[in-house]
Design a protein around this ligand. Structure first.
Ligand SMILES: *Cc1c(COP(=O)(O)O)cnc(C)c1O
Length: 802
């Protein structure tokens, strides 16, 4: 529902809020006060709308979805919610009349970084998609006091600082202590049977209270609103008796250790650590969410028998897996269900999304840690393992190898992915390629066991955030050429394709891009002092720093281009600006070395008058959602160069495509579908295909065979090994020469060919602009609105509430 306020009405709302909250007029209010007042107004509108939407949902007995995810990388909320509610223009005008630029107000908001990267951003995009599609949805996660760390780079080294986001972010959140849930850890669970009845006594446990904090996400031009419920850990109540008895530190440390659970986000992307506190976080938020979901359902229907008809629960990755045994616990211990009936309810309610096939990211908990932290859940998991093995024995008689591999317990570990695969009625990957790979690799045996459970939902993005709200130049051009329909329905972007041969549209597109590059260059100079040339190609690789994402492959090519320009000072060379942005997990040594390499290459080039007008490397500090919103409109080349078979989907690639950047990529993840949608000739594709990677691995990969017959590779590795100005990069070169786990050297030559193609194609600007147009025109399928409808139809069995 688009709310239309007149300027006069909105002006009054804003002034009333400033008066009641801060006793100031609009004329003297600070930017922070205006930001907060606007946030409060927006939140109230969404909260009221959500009440109506929720009443409609429950009143008609409509099914709803709960999306469980340990991360929601929300970024800023004000601009996107004003756009979705249709009140951005009136807000902008009211402020303009008071001589206030709304951008300056938007800049007061911190970036809510409750996630690491793509996985958490996906969850945030789906809240937007659900609201827009009128699919009633609630996200559940943790209210981390500190989100993803703030990154600074000092002399090439990443430094991490705590992200204390709540002071500015809290206006979006409302706490509901009355709806807190008690979560129990540790102690002993004792099962007894008396008179045929099963009892569980749980003793000596420690309690932590989970307090819900709600925020809302508005849909675009929609009556739908999504809720995000974030659990905050609180000590049950201060232990006055300990305190009074003089045990001050006991009383205080008990409360501190309870509250530690929601203190900080683990900063690992695609990598698990196996720490007890992380297990506590997982159970804390899974158990609180299940209690909340079942409580809401029981108060509406008075029974859990019909739960699967009214509730779908999506587990985003294995992090919320404990929701399954926790729901079993409640059904068995508190509602007296038999195992089979309870398990059937879980099976029909839960669905699981897989996000990676890399072994270092597969969650497995040490049995001893698991048993002592979650004694009752441990018992349930053991019983689940026993029954799982019986079921598998029936399907694969005598195949003990297979059964051991598929079982829930093994090698002294609890395997989270197998709990999901065994229980859930749906198992999906996040791109066509990835959904095929999981059937061929990690879940192959489960695919044989329950083939119908396997499906694909290709990821999507909240495209309005990166188009309407971030790229007004392109948005206006599109409105002009194809009308406004694309704002509601991304598939209408396809209408642009008719203009692929229209020289004037192509020229206008080129002009918009040039203006956006100047705006970004301006921002960068003001924010960091770094100068970049808006007439050079903006070639961007922004994402988490990871060996599998292969930022070092990009760096090797930059070094090769540097050497080439040194040897060929008069060569024809289209000037190039390489833009990097990435955080490394603080304990990921190789990733930090990769950051240092990129920064030091940048310094080397900068200091060299012979190359610095043709090559530049900038490293953007603290890459986050807001920075991506600034960069995407100015991007021309989208580097998506992971080793084929390693990137499950990617969503950064979709933001770039939407903004007219051309993908320079491997056929990995959703790059495959991007190239299919836009036409292979409109991307620059290189490198091995997944089967070629597997074949090479099967033969035994030796990077040396790719190095010794390639003079450029030799020269570049020598250069990095020797280093310059007292720095060298032998950790990286040793890794590439000896193991090269992500086969950088195998793809290096073809990557250089692809980079040369970039230069060649860019030299003919009309061709380039046509490729760019074809990308924009075909980016509509990567809308989160489409992804959410795929989930709703194919997995959740939910129709829009109208
Ligand atoms: C979109 C996004 C990502 C995901 O990028 P990939 O290239 O898909 O890994 C990560 N971080 C932020 C801040 C994003 O906005």
């Amino acid at each position: 529902m688009v709310l239309k306020y007149t300027k006069k009405e909105f002006d009054k709302m804003l002034r009333d809020k400033l008066t009641s909250e801060y006793a100031v007029s609009l004329e003297v209010a600070s930017a922070v006060q205006i930001y907060r007042a606007l946030a409060m107004i927006t939140r109230e509108i969404m909260s009221n709308q959500q009440k109506v939407f929720q009443a409609k949902t429950l009143g008609s007995g409509h099914k709803q979805v709960y999306y469980l995810c340990m991360e929601f990388l929300m970024g800023r909320s004000l601009r996107t919610n004003l756009f979705n509610l249709g009140i951005n223009e009136v807000a902008e005008q009211v402020l303009a009349d008071a001589d206030i630029r709304i951008d300056q107000i938007y800049d007061q908001e911190p970036d809510a970084g409750l996630g690491n990267g793509g996985l958490g951003r996906l969850a945030a995009c789906y809240l937007d998609g659900m609201a827009t599609d009128c699919i009633p949805g609630t996200g559940y996660s943790i209210l981390y006091e500190y989100g993803i760390f703030k990154q600074k780079i000092v002399d090439g080294w990443q430094q991490e600082a705590a992200d204390n986001w709540l002071p500015g972010g809290q206006v979006w959140i409302k706490s509901h202590p009355d709806q807190a849930q008690e979560i129990r850890f540790d102690g002993q669970a004792i099962e007894t049977w008396d008179g045929g009845f099963h009892h569980v006594k749980y003793e000596n446990y420690n309690s932590v209270m989970a307090v819900p904090n709600d925020m809302y996400v508005a849909g675009y031009n929609s009556q739908g609103v999504s809720k995000l419920r974030l659990w905050q850990a609180k000590a049950p109540s201060f232990d006055m008796s300990s305190f009074n008895a003089g045990n001050y530190s006991t009383a205080i440390s008990q409360s501190a250790s309870a509250e530690l659970i929601s203190k900080v986000l683990y900063p690992n992307d695609n990598h698990t650590e196996g720490k007890i506190l992380r297990l506590r976080q997982q159970y804390f938020f899974s158990a609180a969410s299940v209690a909340d979901i079942l409580g809401i359902h029981l108060s509406q229907y008075g029974t859990l028998d019909n739960l699967p008809d009214k509730v779908a629960i999506q587990l985003n990755d294995t992090h919320p897996t404990l929701a399954i045994p926790e729901m079993m616990r409640i059904l068995l211990d508190e509602c007296s269900y038999e195992w089979d009936a309870a398990f059937d309810i879980c099976r029909r309610t839960f669905a699981y999304t897989n996000h990676t096939v890399m072994s270092e990211a597969l969650e497995k908990w040490n049995v001893d840690i698991f048993r002592s932290t979650l004694p009752r859940i441990w018992q349930i998991v053991c019983e689940m393992d026993r029954r799982c093995r019986i079921d598998l024995e029936r399907a694969f008689p005598g195949d003990q190898g297979k059964i051991n591999y598929m079982a829930i317990l093994g090698d002294n570990q609890v395997r989270m992915a197998n709990i999901c695969a065994y229980t859930c009625h749906s198992i999906n990957g996040v791109s066509k390629l990835h959904s095929e790979i999981i059937k061929d690799s990690v879940f192959h045996d489960y695919f044989l066991y329950k083939p119908k459970a396997f499906t694909n939902v290709t990821n999507g993005i909240a495209y309005r955030r990166w188009l309407l709200a971030s790229n007004p130049g392109l948005t206006n051009l599109l409105s002009d050429v194809i009308g406004d329909g694309f704002k509601q329905d991304a598939s209408e972007l396809k209408k642009l394709e008719k203009f692929a041969g229209d020289a004037s549209v192509l020229e206008r597109l080129g002009k918009v891009k040039r203006e956006n590059k100047a705006i970004f260059a301006d921002y960068l100079r003001k924010a960091t002092g770094q100068e970049i040339d808006p007439d050079s190609i903006f070639d961007c690789q922004v994402k988490r720093m990871h060996e599998y994402k292969r930022q070092h492959l990009n760096a090797l090519n930059i070094a090769a281009q540097y050497l080439y320009l040194k040897n060929n000072p008069n060569a024809d060379f289209v000037p190039k600006t390489y833009i990097f942005g990435a955080k490394a997990a603080p304990g990921y040594y190789m990733a930090k070395q990769m950051i240092r390499l990129i920064c030091k290459l940048g310094q080397l080039i900068d200091a060299d008058p012979a190359v610095r007008d043709k090559l530049r490397v900038v490293y953007l500090e603290d890459y986050c959602v807001t920075l991506s919103e600034r960069l995407m409109p100015a991007s021309e080349v989208s580097e998506q160069i992971s080793l084929a078979g390693t990137e499950a989907s990617g969503t950064g690639n979709m933001k770039f495509m939407l903004n007219g950047a051309i993908t320079l990529g491997t056929l990995d993840g959703a790059n495959v579908e991007i190239a299919d949608a836009a036409g292979r000739e409109n991307e620059i594709i290189f490198g091995m295909l997944t089967p070629e990677v597997n074949a090479l691995k099967g033969m035994g990969y030796h990077p040396s065979s790719f190095i010794y017959d390639d003079n450029v590779a030799m020269a570049v590795l020598d250069m990095l090994e020797r280093g310059w100005n007292g720095d060298n990069f032998s950790e990286i070169t040793n890794n590439l020469r000896n193991s090269d786990p992500y086969m950088v050297m195998a793809d290096f030559k073809d990557y250089r060919r692809a980079q040369a193609d970039v230069q060649r194609l860019y030299a003919d600007r009309q061709t380039w602009n046509r490729m760019s147009l074809m990308n924009i025109a075909n980016s509509g399928i990567f809308s989160a609105d489409r992804s959410v409808m795929d989930y709703a139809r194919g997995i959740w069995g939910i129709t829009p509430v109208k």
